[in-house]
Design a protein around this ligand. Structure first.
Ligand code: HAM
Length: 429
């Protein structure tokens, strides 16, 4: 196929065999969030580029190298959203959802776009389910976010395969003091830093902490530690969060090098990581962003949230063999009709059954076909019963009801008694 007619690298079709698992995961998260009192918000996929620059940070990988940015026909610079937090904050501000200290517990789902190097678990169009909470500044809500994800891992059967990593970045003032100390230490040893870290020394020094270079990591062993610079407020907040996780019985690892790739975080940051997915091991990540709303022109409004990558969840559930057998969509009934008069009767009979048996999954054969070919299609559909309408059935106003999954005999059922008969058949396990 010519290149222009293929999907863009890193942007995937999700095929019919895969969608049942996607819908199961999306449905599980949605009903879990409903159960904790979160409400869904839907934002556009495209926003002004400025929004992402201001919130995510000019010198982050996302903004520097990964955004899909283009000029629209008006000459405005627009960007396909690389994440959901910025747009959610924009929407909350624009519609006054968090005015006068009003609490908001929101969630969203949808595609995000980053021009990263595609590999297993890392795509250029990927999907996130994200949660954002506004106007709650205590560790109780940070804990709730973690507790509800823990519950989700339990529901999906993947709890044993994920680890919670936790850190506190402190307030922006504390972080500024720490940044100075770190830069002073590293600047004196700049010649030993890898190239990326040397560049970050002036732009985003905290990101040096999660450098992949062994030499840089060796240098960091004696570097000043963020934990030693935490302000009292952040320390108390962090202790409060840990106490709650202890009570909830959720294990965690403190990772002092966890700084996250987006600039808006303060205090709590966390990641759920796994060793099941190779290099792309972060399944869900987030943290607190108490300064972001103000930075974007609103009143001071604390915020905290996370996002999970649906592709990575799909991979996890598949890798661990936790795909529930019953999620593949199954047809209950397949109607076979032979000849035009029978096809007409089948159409009205099928619609009547849909009225009488709400929720029934019923497929009517389309495209005519011989006895053999229609039966083959009925069988392939996964239906439990084939309903057969030929000339004889039409004359007698009956339907042949043939079990497809067990050895039962075909029965002749009068049209008037069909709904009741099928209701009984379909109820049986
Ligand atoms: P993030 O760490 O950039 O945070 O992304 C969150 C999750 O999205 C990752 O842990 C991963 O599961 C998934 N993800 C990210 N990039 C890709 C990719 N290229 N391919 C597949 N999956 C990916 C955020 O986006 C923040 N907005 C999270 C947040 C919400 N913080 C506070 N509120």
């Amino acid at each position: 196929m010519s290149k222009s007619l293929q999907a863009i690298r890193g942007m995937n079709d999700i095929l019919p065999e895969q969608t049942p698992l996607w819908r199961y995961l999306e449905g599980s998260v949605a009903s879990l969030l409903d159960g904790y009192g979160y409400r869904q918000i839907r934002m556009p996929i495209v926003e002004f580029t400025e929004l992402f620059k201001r919130s995510i940070g000019e010198v982050t990988d996302i903004v520097e190298k990964e955004m899909y940015t283009f000029a629209d026909r008006n000459g405005d610079s627009l960007t396909l959203r690389p994440e959901g937090t910025a747009a959610c904050v924009r929407a909350v501000l624009e519609h006054g959802l968090a005015g006068a200290g009003q609490t908001q517990k929101l969630w969203y789902i949808g595609p995000m776009f980053r021009h990263e190097r595609p590999q297993k678990g890392r795509y250029r169009q990927f999907h996130q389910i994200g949660v954002e909470v506004f106007n709650l500044d205590g560790p109780d809500i940070d804990a709730e976010l973690i507790v509800l994800t823990w519950r989700l891992w339990g529901l999906l059967g993947i709890r044993d395969a994920v680890t919670l990593e936790l850190n506190s970045l402190g307030t922006s003032e504390a972080r500024a003091t720490y940044r100075e100390a770190l830069v002073e230490y590293l600047a004196a040893r700049a010649d030993q830093l890898d190239e990326d870290s040397r560049r970050r020394l002036s732009s985003n020094p905290l990101r040096i902490l999660d450098s992949k270079s062994p030499e840089t990591q060796a240098l960091l062993i004696d570097a000043p530690k963020l934990a030693d610079y935490l302000d009292d407020e952040s320390r108390v907040h962090f202790e409060g969060l840990k106490a709650r996780l202890d009570v909830a019985g959720i294990p965690y690892v403190i990772n002092p090098k966890l700084v996250r790739g987006l600039d808006y975080y303060s205090k709590t940051v966390f990641e759920w990581v796994t060793d099941q997915l190779g290099a792309q091991g972060t399944v869900c990540a987030g943290g607190r962003y108490d300064g972001l709303v103000e930075q974007m022109g609103g009143k001071p409004t604390p915020g905290v949230g996370f996002a999970m990558g649906i592709e990575r969840l799909v991979l996890m559930v598949e890798t661990l063999g936790k795909v529930p057998a019953e999620i593949a969509r199954q047809i209950d009934l397949y109607v076979c009709a032979f000849g035009e008069p029978a096809e007409l009767a089948a159409l009205s009979l099928a619609e009547r059954l849909r009225d009488q048996l709400p929720g029934v999954r019923l497929q009517v054969n389309a495209g005519a076909g011989s006895f053999k070919s229609q039966f083959k299609k009925a069988d392939k559909s996964g239906a439990l019963y084939a309903l057969i309408l030929g000339e004889d059935e039409l004359a007698q106003q009956v339907v042949g009801c043939k079990p497809l999954r067990d050895q039962g005999e075909q029965q002749s059922i009068a049209w008037d008694a069909l709904a009741e008969h099928l209701a009984t058949c379909l109820e049986q396990p």
